[in-house]
Design a protein around this ligand. Structure first.
Ligand SMILES: NC(=O)c1ccc[n+]([C@@H]2O[C@H](COP(=O)([O-])OP(=O)(O)OC[C@H]3O[C@@H](n4cnc5c(N)ncnc54)[C@H](OP(=O)(O)O)[C@@H]3O)[C@@H](O)[C@H]2O)c1
Length: 252
């Protein structure tokens, strides 16, 4: 990353977002993280490397708090960097349920808020606040589920499909912006633990995920984060709008 990179990472308190934020800090980028909880390890890395870190405690699943979160992010954005990077990473797989069981409108709303609405509002604030003269890049962390219908994940699949198509619109509207919707593969995080704890009747593909785990086929958040950051920094970034990080080389 260029020395003067400002990166905004949602969902940086754990999992893939934490690994992304840590590697950005180590590369010297200023990082603004948005999540409900703060991460003490990231604060330590920032202290050790001298990189600037601001951890904003925000709930991106409630409509009422998304706008203020976006405002806090804009206010915290340092001026004068040569690159501004937004990684919309926070997400949830809940509610896990067959379509016929989806009666809880609030849980559906919270998932759409986090996986889609917050992405749109935080992105709008970023586009307004990050200087147009800088190199601006956006990564939307999607999922294979947005491209392949999966029983038990009607909400998750619909939110990620919405995210993919939204990303296409962003690209059409902003020719100078480098943006992509990236599926990260199967990553060893709390989200995978949640998936493995699913009720088999509500999630018929449970055994496939149990097997992937048993066979050690989950990628580490660190390896996926380093692939993502390597790709995002390259000149190829943004040429493919709907992409999968597994299509890109492992950094050497
Ligand atoms: N893991 C996989 O195999 C996999 C596969 C495909 C796609 N993905 C995608 O990758 C992204 C990261 O997933 P992960 O596996 O790292 O998940 P994770 O371990 O569950 O982490 C999710 C992150 O999102 C944040 N978050 C959750 N609810 C939030 C809320 N209401 N407001 C603000 N932040 C919230 C969490 O922070 P707090 O709890 O502190 O708020 C956490 O930092 C997601 O978009 C997911 O859909 C993951």
């Amino acid at each position: 990353m260029p020395t003067s990179t400002v990166a905004v990472v949602t969902g940086a308190s754990r999992g893939l977002g934490e690994a992304l934020a840590e590697q950005l800090l180590v590369s010297g980028a200023s990082v603004i993280s948005l999540a409900r909880s703060q991460n003490a390890r990231l604060a330590e890395v920032a202290a050790q490397t001298g990189a600037h870190l601001e951890q904003l405690s925000v709930d991106l699943s409630e409509t009422s708090s998304i706008e203020s979160a976006a405002g806090l992010m804009s206010a915290a954005l340092p001026a004068g960097a040569s690159r501004y990077l937004l990684i919309n990473n926070a997400g949830t797989v809940d509610p896990v349920s067959l379509a016929e069981g989806l009666f809880d409108a609030k849980s559906i709303e919270r998932a759409f808020n986090l996986n889609v609405v917050a992405v749109m509002v935080v992105t709008a604030a970023f586009l307004r606040s990050a200087p147009k003269s800088a190199d601006r890049r956006i990564v939307n962390i999607s999922s294979g589920a947005g491209r392949k219908p999966t029983a038990g994940w009607p909400v998750y699949c619909a939110t990620k499909a919405a995210l993919d198509h939204y990303t296409r619109v962003l690209a059409v509207e902003n020719p100078g912006l480098r943006v992509a919707s990236l599926a990260p593969g199967v990553v060893d995080t709390a989200m995978q633990e949640r998936i493995r704890s699913s009720d088999r009747h509500q999630f018929p593909e449970l055994d496939r995920f149990l097997q992937l785990h048993e066979q050690g086929q989950l990628a580490s958040p660190q390896s996926v984060a380093s692939r993502i950051l390597h790709h995002v920094a390259s000149d190829r970034y943004g040429q493919e709008i709907l992409d999968d990080i597994r299509n890109h080389d492992i950094p050497t």
